[in-house]
Design a protein around this ligand. Structure first.
Ligand SMILES: [Zn+2]
Length: 242
């Protein structure tokens, strides 16, 4: 059986001497690992059309192990690869997708990944803007991957909350229901999080973020991230240097 699908090329590595293994993120099945036979030879046409971070259309031959039977390059985000800071930002995003364990439709994640790659590839944006976009991306990604924080009502009593405290990865709690492991959340941060989660990724560039808010956001991001992932990762570092 074979099927065609769009995919992002997340990572590649050599496999059994001459072959290459490709980690592809697809909207229908999430992460797919597929072999390209004899990709190490310079004559291989298939692997030439699968540059890292690119959006491609592939024909996947399904078998005991999936293999790539055909490729078509849709968009090569080549500016990402020419700049070490872009590569490092893209790598921390890719790491999240490689960590996806369950397979199944991933339309929202695929769309968000595309939004992110387009922006990382954009030469008009500064390094600072890209860093901000990646931090925002992480919130949006976790939010659509089953960790959507409840930000409108107290998760314990259901009352409407405009500031108070929150439980990382879960949501806000009012001051009455605040437990020892809850972190304080200002009105500004709550408003900011509601906005970035409901608007397109690029909109964060229009929001002015005061120093205090930024500090609070990074703190909340670390706590959120650590609640979801039990191992340290490259992406976590994005929240550390302010
Ligand atoms: Zn409450």
């Amino acid at each position: 059986m074979a099927f065609k699908t769009e995919a992002f090329v997340l990572r590649t590595r050599t496999w059994r001497e001459a072959d290459r293994l490709y980690y592809l993120f697809t909207p229908h099945e999430g992460l797919i690992t597929a072999v390209v036979k004899a990709a190490a030879k310079s004559s291989s046409k298939l692997s030439g059309h699968l540059p890292p971070f690119a959006k491609v259309k592939v024909m996947i031959g399904r078998g005991k192990m999936d293999h790539v039977a055909g490729t078509h390059l849709i968009k090569d985000y080549q500016n990402i690869r020419t700049n070490i800071r872009n590569i490092s930002l893209a790598a921390s995003i890719v790491e999240l997708f490689l960590g996806e364990a369950s397979s199944g439709p991933r339309w929202k994640e695929f769309q968000l990944l595309e939004e992110m790659m387009v922006l990382l590839n954009d030469k008009r944006l500064t390094d600072e803007q890209k860093m901000l976009l990646v931090r925002t991306f992480l919130w949006k990604f976790l939010s659509i991957s089953g960790w959507h924080p409840q930000l409108d009502h107290c998760i314990i009593c259901g009352c409407s909350v405009s500031s108070g405290a929150y439980l990382p990865g879960k949501g806000v709690v009012c001051m009455q229901d605040r437990s020892a492991n809850a972190l304080l959340m200002s009105k500004d941060l709550l408003q900011f999080l509601r906005e970035i989660l409901s608007r397109p990724l690029i909109d964060v560039l229009d929001i002015s973020i005061a120093k205090q808010l930024n500090r609070e956001w990074l703190q909340a991001s670390q706590a959120y991230y650590q609640e979801v992932y039990d191992r340290p990762s490259q992406a976590l570092k994005l929240f550390i240097y302010g």
